[in-house]
Design a protein around this ligand. Structure first.
Ligand code: NAI
Length: 337
């Protein structure tokens, strides 16, 4: 049965790289009915609203979306659209796989999936200034909130992910030695959840600063990492860097009622409209989408075709050292399927 997926082409290079991805999935035989809806500047131009209710409704119905990068318009009343989407659907898990594909980089054999808590922690948005004497901003505080519910669902997601994808180990990354309450609760809940998976998935606990060092010394020893919002934000860019940068990195935002898949990079205004953007990150995001809707074998086939074209480095885009256009690269991947 065909799966309906909401397609948000996005801004800048978004339409061309999502279009390339739709072509690739069709060529791979994925049975998807795309419903296109606008967000970002494209939606401002069409509806005067960067996040029209009709787009939210479409995702509510389909529960799955593939999204191109969005430009958040500068000006009053516009929040970050990406944050708005995360809030609208309580997308609590941000999943970023980082896998070595390109040869000749500093690291080889990296295959890490970083699971970041996406809704609470230090990014929950409880911040204020403290006035002392006449100084309105004599001090500032940002409060980290970790809830049992939030910690439990992200740990469970990481362990379930490991089981579903044949992964052996989950590393719980924390700073509970210093932040004994918030990080302490995160770690304690992680231990409770891990106990349920004993004998099926290995668990290790590591302090975030040690992980930062180990990731750039022996990244191949990591498998699945689960961590809180701020640490996940930083470490996921680090893991992207290990495998060649943001242009090759996809990301999934998963909630109970919806999942939104996207590239990690932005709208690349400097190359928009030139037909030379690298569509790989969105293509890999679409592979995560296929995994999510139970079509993992097809996703693996697509990943293999992408890897083979990238490794050969003959028909690749400028950002990874080639001179192919988006269309030429897409055709090469399709030919390799
Ligand atoms: P960016 O990721 O768009 O661009 C940074 C650099 O990487 C540029 O030189 C660009 O040409 C290059 N690049 C990015 N993706 C590429 C691709 N697929 N192929 C080839 N080269 C690529 O970051 P920047 O310039 O900071 O942000 C531009 C806009 O994107 C902003 O409006 C920002 O708000 C938005 N943005 C949206 C995101 C989203 O919707 N998830 C994420 C990040 C930024």
């Amino acid at each position: 049965m065909s799966t309906t997926v909401t397609l948000i082409p996005g801004d800048g290079i978004g339409p061309s790289i999502t279009d390339a991805t739709v072509q690739l999935l069709a060529a791979a035989g994925a049975d998807i009915t795309w419903e296109t809806h606008l967000a970002g500047m494209a939606a401002v131009a069409a509806h005067g609203d960067p996040m029209p209710e009709s787009t939210i409704d479409a995702i509510r119905r389909s529960r799955v979306a593939l999204k191109g990068p969005l430009e958040t318009p500068v000006g009053k009343g516009f929040r970050s659209i990406n944050v708005a989407l995360r809030k609208a659907f309580d997308l609590y898990a941000n999943i970023r796989p980082a896998k070595s594909i390109l040869p000749g980089l500093r690291f080889d054999g990296v295959d890490i999936v970083l699971v970041r808590e996406n809704t609470e922690g230090l990014y929950i948005g409880i911040e204020n200034y403290i006035k002392v004497g006449a100084d309105e901003r004599a001090a500032a505080q940002s409060i980290a909130v970790v809830t049992r519910l939030g910690a439990e669902r992200i740990h469970r997601y990481a362990f379930e992910y490991a089981l579903a994808h044949g992964r052996k180990k989950v590393t719980i990354v924390h700073k509970a030695n210093i932040l004994k309450y918030s990080q302490g609760l995160f770690l304690d809940v992680g231990r409770e959840v891990a106990a349920e998976y004993a004998g099926r998935v290995q668990v290790e606990e590591k302090i975030v600063d040690a992980v930062a060092m180990e990731l750039v010394m022996r990244p191949e020893r990591f498998d699945v990492i689960v961590t809180t919002n701020l640490f996940g934000d930083i470490l996921s860019d680090l893991t992207s860097g290990l495998v060649g940068g943001l242009g090759l990195t996809p990301g999934a935002n998963i909630g109970k009622d919806a999942a939104i898949f996207e590239a990690v990079h932005g709208t690349a205004p400097d190359i928009a409209g030139k037909g030379i953007a690298n569509p790989t990150a969105v293509m890999l995001a679409a592979c995560q989408l296929l995994d999510h809707i139970g079509d993992g074998a097809r996703a693996e086939g697509i990943r293999a075709a992408i890897a083979s074209v990238l490794r050969e480095r003959k028909t690749v885009t400028g950002d990874v050292g080639g001179s192919a256009t988006t269309a030429e690269y897409t055709d090469a991947v399709i030919a390799r399927l």
